[in-house]
Design a protein around this ligand. Structure first.
Ligand code: ZN
Length: 315
């Protein structure tokens, strides 16, 4: 447990810890959990993302089963997107224009809140992961940082000055443009919208399409990794210049190749070229570009934290 300690017990807490529901809603699976924090998760389930009706009915069944014996104070959802986070919008809480078949215009937060009868905290999957890392993981000592996931896609959440960033819609850090490298001019990228945006050049599917093998099958000496570090460093440089984060947390399946992180750090220092006068870009780079403290649980733990925020806003 970090310096922020456990989730605050609710007004009805007594000796028992307040229990929350949490969902990490993804395009291939919904991870659902009941608990109070990373060390107090009492149950989890993975439900395939099929149709909204089928998937959400299974999700509701899981939480209702727990509601027969436990009071769930609130539900937190970190969702794939794009999603509507504007509380003044008639479609707040909806997944909006996703290409995931059948899921466009699904009222995720509204439907689950109504069916379970509890307040709902709702944000992007990556903002949820950022919140989890701030409360329990690798960002407990800073209040401005970026969480970037590099996997099937590339997405980023950011907390600046203690607030998760929303805005026009929400950050879409995977779709920033990076200059294609001279070594890579034959590759058109995999993003259906932009071709060679960061996601188009450096997501798992981009690596697989370019080299004919998925990332986990490429050994550490493969030239794929130098190019991968090159692109990620340029993306991180742009994000660092724009948002001035105190830390960069890199998660997702592609980053599970442990040799990649030091290469990204080294390339980021080269791109900076001494311009940003901060120890974090110099001798303390290993504290600036880091792995998630919660590992692959950042998203689901962040959803628990979203539930906690929703509960305390509502009560
Ligand atoms: Zn794109």
């Amino acid at each position: 447990m970090g310096p922020r300690g456990p989730i605050r017990p609710g007004v009805d807490g007594g000796s028992a810890m307040t229990q929350y529901g949490a969902i990490e809603a993804g395009g291939t699976k919904f991870v659902c959990a009941v608990g109070a924090g990373p060390d107090q998760i009492v149950d989890t389930v993975r439900i395939d993302t099929t149709t909204p009706d089928h998937t959400l009915n299974e999700v509701i069944e899981f939480f209702r089963h727990h509601q027969t014996t436990t009071t769930l104070a609130a539900l937190g959802i970190g969702s794939f997107g794009p999603i509507d986070l504007d509380r003044n919008s008639s479609t707040y809480g909806h997944i909006t224009s996703t290409p995931k078949s059948g899921w466009a215009q699904t009222d995720l937060a509204g439907l689950l809140g109504k069916r379970l009868g509890i307040p709902v905290g709702f944000d992007t999957d990556v903002n949820a992961a950022a919140l989890g890392e701030h409360r329990w993981g690798a960002a407990q000592d800073v209040d401005s940082f970026i969480y970037l996931t590099i996997g099937t896609g590339i997405g980023g959440g950011a907390m600046i000055g203690g607030h998760l960033i929303h805005g026009l819609l929400h950050p879409e850090m995977g779709h920033i443009l990076v200059p294609p490298d001279a070594r890579d001019t034959d590759f058109g990228g995999v993003c259906p919208f932009h071709g060679t945006c960061l996601e188009g050049l450096a997501s798992g599917p981009a690596i697989e399409q370019r080299w004919g093998q998925p990332p986990h099958e490429l050994d550490a000496s493969h030239p794929a990794w130098e190019l991968q570090a090159h692109y990620l460093a340029r993306g991180l440089w742009t994000l660092t210049c724009a948002l001035s984060p105190q830390r960069l947390i890199l998660g997702g399946g592609v980053m599970e190749q442990a040799h990649l992180l030091p290469m990204v750090r080294s390339d980021l220092q080269k791109v900076s070229a001494g311009y940003l006068q901060a120890d974090e870009l110099d001798g303390e780079i290993t504290k600036f570009v880091v792995s998630p403290g919660l590992g692959d649980r950042a998203g689901i733990c962040g959803a628990l934290a979203l539930a906690d925020l929703a509960y305390h806003q509502d009560s």
